[in-house]
Design a protein around this ligand. Structure first.
Ligand SMILES: [Zn+2]
Length: 297
């Protein structure tokens, strides 16, 4: 940490003290600038009711957890027409109400969950001294789902790995807002089609080229346009190029080759195996020659 000013978790927070607790955790004590604007009626109040301390987990420092102890003012609403009697200053840029992590830390948890899945994200979080379980990762993703708008028009559907190579669910993303909308427990046609039926406003479904999600989209939102997503198109292209290179070395691809048939894949694998055998044989022959020549050769 450079200074108390640079450590501040938000523009309206003044940091007073940074200390280590007996358990080794870093405690950052700060005060949120007083505003006093009622969230219901919008009228600014000058009648302070008190204050409260809000505890939020923030970015780790020096390999240990950091807890932000934020002092937040509480006010009385001065409007006679307002139903709210007291309220606390809001912390929109720092943390949402009732959350126990700062917004910037929650974003890290979500990004790790997106990139790696539940269990790997859990291990990474512990290595980063953030902590949390795979359930924590899932809760963060669901919180983002709740925050996202309820009427997506362009969605992407893909596999979601609960446990790699063993159990998979389905992740549904709002591509316009770049936010996860929902995570389904499995990757079946039925569950995916059911979810899509509940969202008839969907106009475009971006999916992989595997038939499962195509079928689900046809059943759930038959009126929607289905498109292949860019990631899977590039992935298919890369695999096709690799197969071709295995067959023909560094020769240029032939137009006559049909790169999508199973027989092609089988021929490619056999060619790859044959190539490895030839390399193995060459190495052994070279080794024999070297032995015959002796150490001086
Ligand atoms: Zn009010």
């Amino acid at each position: 940490m450079v200074s108390k000013k640079h450590w501040s978790p938000g523009p309206n927070v003044v940091v007073h003290r940074i200390e280590r607790s007996q358990s080794g955790m870093v405690i950052v004590s700060g005060t949120l600038a007083a505003r006093g604007i009622c969230p219901d009626c919008g009228i600014q109040s000058s009648r302070r009711h008190g204050w409260r301390r809000r505890h939020l987990q923030d970015f780790p420092a020096d390999g240990v957890r950091v807890s932000l102890a934020l002092r937040v003012c509480r006010w009385r609403c001065i409007s006679a027409k307002c139903v709210r009697r007291t309220f606390s200053d809001q912390t929109p840029g720092i943390a949402k109400p009732f959350r126990r992590r700062t917004a910037r830390l929650s974003a890290i948890v979500r990004h790790l969950g997106h990139a790696t899945g539940g269990r790997p994200a859990e291990r990474l979080l512990h290595r980063l001294s953030i902590g949390g379980s795979d359930d924590t990762v899932l809760r963060q993703l669901k919180c983002q789902v709740e925050d996202a708008a309820a009427s997506p028009k362009i969605v992407g559907i893909d596999d979601w790995s609960w446990k790699k190579s063993q159990s998979y669910g389905t992740v549904i993303v709002d591509l316009e807002r770049r936010a996860v909308i929902d995570i389904l427990a499995d990757r079946s046609v039925e569950s995916c089609a059911d979810w899509l039926r509940q969202h008839p406003e969907i106009e475009v479904v971006s999916r992989d080229r595997f038939g499962l999600y195509a079928k689900a989209a046809s059943q759930g939102v038959p009126q929607a346009l289905q498109v292949a997503d860019r990631f899977h198109l590039f992935q298919n292209l890369r695999q096709a190029i690799e197969e071709q290179m295995n067959m023909h070395g560094r020769a240029l691809l032939s137009d006559a080759d049909n790169i999508s048939t199973p027989s092609h894949l089988l021929r490619s694998r056999l060619a790859h195996r044959q190539s490895r055998k030839e390399i193995f044989k060459s190495i052994h022959e070279l080794r024999k020659v070297n032995i015959r020549r002796g150490p001086s050769g």
